[in-house]
Write a protein that binds this ligand. Structure first.
Ligand code: NAD
Length: 496
């Protein structure tokens, strides 16, 4: 069986780990590889390689760094179909969706190609007589990136290109469920001219993550995953004195006002609810229908769901399997809990007939109507193809519901009323807001991040926040000595 190891100091390593995990093809249930799970000692070796590389890489000119990034961009672009195939084989999402993920990752590489402009500082002449002041942004050294299973390419690319472009060295710990794509990215970065040790990949689980959080040479941690683990990462790394951005889980609401175009809203709800089998942190899982539109909206959504094909992501289906057998079981148990709690299963995904191997991890798109806020299908992040409709009587009730939710990643409002949309963007306590856009993932030159239990830390991913996260500011005050400036004075310096 294929053995997936690590990439350290420019070389693939395997056969050293005492522990291994299985990697499955979710569309067939067949184990396709074993992934090595790094020990703390193996993590330390990767951090040491990164430390050595960081000392040299910080001195590489901006031109040299961007030359590597441009070459890397060309390689990823030319090989994007190969990358999409690797994603589909281990994650299960359909090929077209995997290609979309690669495209969004490419956009961050392109943003990082412009790092000379993004890192430019300011200069003030004569802050005091013949004294000038300017600021620099410098790399941190070694940084860790820890990523989830659901975007094995895009999430590492939210951070790695910006971290490398700003002069840091990286240790990336991908999800052990779909580890292959990260290794390809590291090999292609090396092929593009990135020196050995600047990007290392260690595969592993909690043991590897905790080793990164504790290692004194790791100066910053970018984490994306579920909220309980994000909270743990934020607390443990902060205690160790590191800079942390830990992006967590979500429960994203789409509010539909009575004046909205219900056909467009139904299209959007289906796309954002069931794309990638709902395994997106920006998936819509709660649809808040402001009466009197709920009946019509539910009918339109159900009609569209009847057309969806669930099956093997390589067969042109709309929706693939869930990532693992255990996760499929967990999502199924939420559907059962929803029925038991009295939610109305308008479309029940447990009845799905997939276009794929019967041993795949299947669950079809599921639509619940008349969900109430205390039901577990609403309170919990299910991370599967389950869309819950909540009926409310007014805009105010809708905003109150969204703001009372502990998560605050993304949200959308559907309306043709500009004033209502503007009021929503002002009042809603969520980090990313869509107006008639169901999945408002910011472009690479803005920053991605939620509020409340969806992000621990303060700086968001990529864009200007990403550059700030991976750099430290320094302000220089300079005077070219002139005999006129001499003389002894113990007073506190003030501008003259
Ligand atoms: P996860 O939290 O299980 O795992 C994320 C990473 O943490 C993996 O690399 C994993 O190996 C590691 N890990 C798991 N358990 C750990 C533990 N106890 N201690 C230390 N490390 C641990 O998340 P997942 O299932 O891979 O991904 C899905 C979750 O990620 C969902 O909750 C989703 O909303 C979230 N997510 C959030 C965003 C965002 O931008 N906010 C983006 C993508 C995914």
């Amino acid at each position: 069986m294929n053995l997936i190891g690590h990439f350290v100091d420019g070389k693939l390593l395997s056969g050293t780990a005492a522990r291994r995990g299985d990697v499955f093809d979710p569309a067939t249930g067949v184990p396709t590889a074993e992934v090595e799970l790094a020990s703390a000692a193996e993590v330390a070796a990767a951090v040491e390689a990164a430390e050595r590389a960081a000392r040299r890489w910080r001195d590489a000119s901006l031109s040299r760094r961007t030359a590597v990034l441009f070459a890397f961009r060309e390689l990823v672009h030319a090989r994007r179909d190969r990358l999409a195939e690797v994603i589909t084989a281990e994650h299960g999402k359909v090929l077209a969706d995997a290609a979309g993920e690669v495209q969004r990752g490419l956009e961050v590489i392109e943003y990082a190609c412009g790092i000379p402009a993004a890192m430019r500082g300011g200069y003030s002449e004569n802050v005091s007589t013949e004294v000038d002041s300017y600021n620099l942004r410098q790399p941190l050294g070694v940084v860790a990136v820890i990523s989830p299973f659901n975007f094995p390419v895009m999430v590492p690319l939210w951070f790695v290109p910006v971290a490398v472009a700003t002069g840091n060295a990286v240790v990336l710990k991908p999800s052990e469920k779909d580890p292959s794509a990260a290794l390809l990215l590291a090999e292609w970065f090396a092929e593009a001219g990135l020196p050995p040790g600047v990007l290392n990949v260690v595969n592993g689980d909690k043991e590897a993550v905790d080793a990164l959080l504790d290692h004194p040479a790791v100066r910053a941690v970018s984490f994306v995953g579920s909220t309980p683990v994000a909270r743990h990462v934020h607390q443990r790394a902060s205690l160790a004195g590191k800079r942390v951005q830990a992006l967590g889980g979500a429960k994203n609401h789409m509010v539909v006002l009575p004046d909205a175009d219900l056909d467009l809203a139904a299209d959007a709800a289906v796309n954002a609810g069931f794309g990638s089998a709902g395994e997106r942190c920006m998936a819509i899982s709660a649809l808040v229908a402001v009466e009197p539109v709920a009946d019509a909206l539910v009918e339109k959504i159900a009609a569209r769901m009847a057309e969806l094909r669930t099956g093997d992501g390589r067969r042109g289906c709309d929706m693939g399997p869930l990532v693992t057998a255990a996760h499929a079981e967990r999502v199924r148990s939420y559907v059962e809990a929803g029925v038991a709690a009295g939610a109305v299963p308008v479309v029940d995904g447990r009845d799905v007939r997939p276009d794929g191997d019967p041993n795949g991890y299947w669950l079809g798109p599921t639509l619940f109507d008349r969900v109430t806020p205390e039901m577990s299908v609403y309170t919990d992040e299910i991370f599967g193809p389950v869309l819950s409709v909540l009926r409310v009587g007014s805009y105010e009730e809708a905003v109150h519901l969204v703001n009372a939710n502990p998560y605050g990643n993304g949200t959308a409002i559907f309306t043709n009323d500009g004033g209502a949309a503007r009021r929503y963007q002002h009042e809603v306590e969520v980090g990313m807001v869509g107006i008639n856009v169901p999945i408002p993932v910011p472009m690479a030159y803005y920053s991605f991040g939620g509020w409340k239990a969806s992000l621990f830390g303060d700086l968001h991913a990529h864009g200007a926040d990403g550059v700030r996260f991976f750099t430290r500011g320094k302000v220089v005050t300079s005077r070219w000595l002139d005999p006129r400036n001499g003389g002894v004075s113990l007073g506190f310096p003030t501008p003259t």
